[in-house]
Design a protein around this ligand. Structure first.
Ligand SMILES: [Zn+2]
Length: 196
């Protein structure tokens, strides 16, 4: 089998059917040139994989554009037979050129970490204070409820006691009245008798 019929790219990218993979493996076992080419492709792929994948700002293209289906280097990689046996050197030069031609990224806005930290701390402080206030309010509400219940219970107890006292007074008064009556009757009878 001739080297031209061997799809090393497809083999490397895992795109081949198992029968085709076996065919490539068998060829690689016998062909030093293709083993060397495969090694170059592997190195190139590893280098390409380290590149950033988004080189086109999304705002100037629709997301449905095929350009977003694969990163540029994979499209380039799979572009056609003219690149199939491109040497690692050519690709490496292209990578360097790509790196040089990349517009330098706009300067990142200065991030004031101290201010962010301060803001986060202030937010945390606010949340903490709010949580404490709520906890205190709930505690106070429970406390007030307990006090209300205690007062109500004391009042019930007091009213019960007062009623009991009133009953006792009334009872005593009645007893006293009866005794007075008895005394009156006694006195009256005695006086009557004395007069008599
Ligand atoms: Zn070969």
């Amino acid at each position: 089998m001739s080297c031209a019929a061997i799809d090393l790219k497809g083999y490397l990218l895992g795109e081949l059917e198992e029968a085709e993979r076996a065919r490539v493996r068998a060829h690689l076992a016998d062909c030093a040139a293709c083993r060397e080419e495969l090694e170059r492709l592997k190195l190139t792929q590893a280098a390409l994989l380290t590149l950033r994948e988004e080189e086109i700002p999304r705002r100037i293209a629709f997301v449905s554009d095929p350009v977003f289906e694969r990163p540029w280097w994979k499209r380039w990689w799979a572009a056609g037979p003219q690149w199939a046996f491109a040497s690692a050197l050519v690709l490496a030069l292209a990578i360097v050129a790509h790196g040089l031609l990349q517009p330098s990224p706009p300067p990142a806005p200065a991030v004031d970490t101290a201010a962010i930290e301060q803001r986060l701390r202030a937010e945390f402080q606010q949340q903490l204070e709010r949580a404490v206030r709520e906890a205190v309010a709930q505690s106070e509400a429970r406390q007030q409820q307990r006090i209300r219940e205690a007062v109500a219970a004391a009042r019930r107890e007091w009213e019960f006691q007062r009623k009991a006292d009133l009953l006792a007074v009334e009872e005593n008064f009645n007893v006293l009245k009866k005794r007075m009556n008895v005394l009156q009757i006694y006195l009256a009878s005695n006086l009557e008798g004395g007069v008599r």
